[in-house]
Write a protein that binds this ligand. Structure first.
Ligand code: SF4
Length: 447
């Protein structure tokens, strides 16, 4: 919230009725300013004050949604220029382009890969988000036919791309209920595209030739009452796109420029024909500050690194990345397989689970919640101590999964083995390797 507690207090009813749970209106105002309370908690705040406070609370980059219900994609809503200041909120949407000149086979291949390429990392599912359907022939029926195919494939988060307003109208007859993003209003069709977006209540992309033109266009559309806008600055070379992305974010956040306070869309698919270059351009756009980025195709070897990069950029830098606590099965373990334990710092989990996988030895990996700290740090902070490990072991369900009672602990915390044996009298505590790289030979000889 941009207002101070005192500024907010001036907009509250000042009756000190305490219905919001705060002892006074001033206390409530202070909580609001600190982001520890919601304005809705006060039932008596006037509509006028509500409007003022909501405006002040709105993020400088507007939150725009594409899709409906459970199939909702969010972009924008950002409040900081640099990730280390706080956190980036809504991950860049990764989309794939299909056009009405592609063969049925090509379209089906892209749609299949869109649906099938997904990866699980630290309890999160990483996958692409959107399909951009492009009308290149200008033929309404051909475009509609392609849209139908996409809808039939069960794709619900869509970007409709056409230069013809009537083709957008025709496409919306089929997928208007999915609330797609329309691409794009430009200086030649601004009013007509604005009217379609307003009538159909769908978000609208704005394409200008440079930021000055973009601002003229967003200004006109805002005057028409449209606020769910996504910006394309028009650049198609990496230097220009990069400069525009940074310029838009700075103008909106630092300069308070409302005409540029919208998420952006970029098109690495239109910047090169080289797949590797395209991937590198997308990798540049994700941290710098694309709301949506469109690729020409999806292949595991290029998509996966982008998804992991996106996951890293859009995590809170002030919080350790943590894996969910639990029992992880690696290489199909059974009741005789070794049981290892580690902490839930994601990097530790990735390395340890990767080495176990490499060993090809079926194993159980217990991951204990340690607030995302690594083994030694968690031990030093008392979050990987014998008593809490014993408690976790009992509730984890591992006792029912294995016949033996042998637990392998990380070599770095060999010092807790005595205490662990006291806490888990039925278990033999075995000291595992200090370095994860030594896990495969250790497991191969384990008994
Ligand atoms: Fe003040 Fe509203 Fe809280 Fe009552 S509910 S104390 S009026 S802020």
């Amino acid at each position: 919230m941009g207002l101070t507690g005192i500024q907010i207090f001036k907009l509250l009813p000042k009756t000190n009725c305490q219905e919001c749970g705060a002892p006074t209106c001033l206390a409530f105002a202070m909580k609001l300013a600190a982001g520890q309370a919601e304005l809705e908690a006060c039932p008596y705040v006037s509509e006028e004050s509500k409007a003022k406070l909501s405006e002040a609370a709105a993020p400088p980059i507007r939150l725009v949604t594409i899709g409906v219900g459970d199939d909702l994609f969010k972009c924008g809503g950002e409040t900081v220029q640099y990730r280390h200041e706080k956190t980036f909120v809504n991950p860049t949407g990764i989309g794939v382009l299909i056009t009405d000149v592609m063969s049925d086979e090509e379209v089906a291949g892209r749609l299949n890969r869109f649906k099938q390429l997904e990866y699980e990392r630290i309890g999160l599912i990483l996958k692409p988000d959107l399909v951009a359907v492009k009308d290149t022939t200008g033929d309404k029926d051909t475009f509609k036919g392609l849209i139908r195919k996409v809808k039939k494939a069960g794709i619900k988060k869509l970007i409709l791309m056409s230069e013809k307003v009537e083709n957008h109208r025709a496409a919306l007859e089929t997928v208007g209920d999915l609330r797609p993003l329309l691409y794009a209003a430009d200086k030649d069709n601004l009013k007509e595209m604005g009217n379609v977006a307003r009538e159909k209540k769908v978000p609208l992309a704005v394409m200008g030739n440079g930021l000055d033109e973009v601002m003229e266009l967003t200004n006109s559309l805002m005057e028409m009452g449209l606020n769910d806008l996504v910006i394309d600055s028009g650049s198609r070379d990496v230097k220009g796109v990069f400069a525009d992305q940074v310029g838009i974010r700075r103008a909106a956040l630092v300069g308070g420029e409302k005409l540029l306070g919208f998420p952006t869309i970029t098109f690495p698919c239109e910047m090169t024909r080289n797949t590797m270059e395209e991937t590198l351009f997308a990798a540049t756009m994700i941290p710098k500050y694309s709301g949506v980025t469109i690729l020409s195709d999806l292949q595991g070897e290029t998509l996966f690194p982008l998804l992991v990069q996106r996951m890293n950029i859009f995590t809170d830098p002030q919080r350790q990345m943590a894996t969910s606590e639990g029992v992880y099965e690696i290489n199909n373990p059974d009741e005789n397989s070794p049981v290892l334990i580690t902490t839930n710092f994601s990097l530790t989990y990735f390395i340890v689970s990767g080495e176990i996988e490499n060993s090809r030895v079926p194993s159980w990996l217990l991951v204990k919640d340690s607030d995302g700290l690594s083994v030694l740090t968690a031990w030093a902070a008392g979050k990987f101590a014998a008593d809490s490990i014993a408690l976790f072991m009992k509730k984890s369900g591992i006792l029912d999964k294995v016949k033996h009672r042998k637990l392998i602990i990380p070599g770095y915390v060999a010092g807790i083995s005595g205490e662990l044996e006291e806490e888990l009298p039925d278990w033999e505590i075995q000291i595992g390797p200090r370095e994860a790289a030594h896990i495969p030979p250790y497991l191969k000889e384990w008994s």
